[in-house]
Design a binder for this molecule. Sequence first.
Ligand code: G6P
Length: 609
Amino acid sequence: MCGIVGYVGSRQAAPIMLDGLKRLEYRGYDSAGIVVCSGEGLTLCKTKGYVDHLSDMVCNGDALRGTVGLGHTRWATHGRPSDENAHPHLSDGGKIAVVHNGIIENYAQLREMLVAKGVTFRSETDTEVAVNLISYFYKGDLLKAVAEAALRLEGSYALGILCEDCPDMIVAVRKESPLILGIGRGENFLASDVTALIPHTRDVIYMEDGEIATLTKDEVRVYSRDLVEIKKETARVEWDISAAEKGGYEHFMFKEIMEQPEAIRKTVSPRLRGGRVQIEGLDFTPEYLKSLKKIYLVGCGSAYHVGVVAKYNMEKMLRIPVETALASEFRYSSPLVDERTLVICISQSGETADTIAAMREAKRLGAKVLSIVNVMGSTIANESDYCVYTWAGPEIAVATTKAYSTQLAVTYLLTLYFAELLGVIPDDEYKKLVEALSELPEKVDEILKNKEHIQYLASLYFNKDNIFFIGRNIDYALTLEASLKLKEISYIHSDAYAAGELKHGTISLIEDGTLVIAMASYVRLLEKTISNIVEVRSRGAEILTLTTKSAEAQVSRVSDHVIAIPDAEEMVLPSLAVVPMQLFAYYVALSRGCSIDKPRNLAKSVTVE
Ligand code: G6P
């Protein structure tokens, strides 16, 4: 949610920042801007629209000369997308420039105070309050002024700050919004995400809440809130630049769909040793697990949907009550959580504001928190008691695919790990499931090889206005994700329904030609789902059914079209069933000419409530 880049060195800053902003555009893309500092002061260019538009305006950066700069790509919170509201923002008088990710919650009081002191505001943003507050405290020492201002800013912020009086330095500060420092040779960088740093350096410092940093071309220093210098460790980013580029694919989403077999393999195989699940960093005891009254699975969007699948699998196998909760609801619902609750927070970015808040609330109530996170060094990874990383690599497309799949894979690993510790799984069953897990990449690959069939189906249905998804049990959990994927990128309205629930109201929406996608991979309830298919079919619905190869013939009799996935153990079926639905959403959006990687109004990392 909003991307920040900063550069200080000897090269021209603008082209470097434009490239960084392109890489961060998935975080928000309604406006963009850059500011550079040369000996002659600050020069700024900002505009509504994509980074490409900004790039054209500044001749790919050639029109802005200077070797120190900040850039920003925005997802609007305070103030509509417009040239004025785009970042960077200048202080009244133009001496200081700021880019910001987050929300200043007490901006109204601060603005009133600053207006009373004669400050003029030009935009509708909360950010302009931050820059003017820094300017208010500025008496020749920018670091001090930022520290003073940070003490008074409430809410969340990652700020990059430039001042024309110190043209060789960037100051940065963070609270509850990510900010990473990139360490180069004779140059240093700042970004919201490592994807913008990786073309230049793999050595990074993850800033933590309350920390303030100064960057010059020769050194990076980090300070605590009260300006005591802190010695920070430099981390090395392991993946290389190709992981964050399209590599010949038309869209990141498609590339990421195709990367799923490898991503699942990387996530699963290091944790299957000698036929047993072993997860680094987890030291749960049978006594602790037996003491649990409840497991909570918490997340937002697709990460929440992973939790819904995991609930079915965990509860069935562990016989412990498992609840799922949307992080935004959990935090304000006075959840019944204590030291006998294990809370599993699921998040690709590790920076989703609501999931962070849910995690903190769970810890405050005494629960242990285990997180499933993709981005190393992120807030949730750092603050949870245990973190199991997904090894999906960078995910750039706003609509998640490989992160979802690897999160699912981690939930299977956890289910087996807990089941063994609790002694609730017979050995032969355990072995069968371990094998099923290790076969997953191959089976996903097999589905991907048949993608043309899904493309054909998408060509039949891309013009629909409404699509209904139905399913039972884990298939119901999958309909939530399938429906979300479709609406996110194709803008077709769709609804996900438990198949047995449709007749309690929604069936009134079914008429001649309505498309119903039935997910029927959970063969144990196949007969029941077939009855529900027949109910809607007899009311005119067209039926596309997803099932396993062994059930294909049976469902063909009641369906217009069938997608058959390889047979597999029940627990891991969702990992197979979701793939055709990702492809379906992708091809439908492609046929409709939608902006697939950057769907309207969305952002990948939602760092505000
Ligand atoms: C956004 C994304 C979703 C994602 C959700 C949670 O809404 O568009 O794809 O599932 O945030 O993000 P997280 O990073 O916490 O998994």
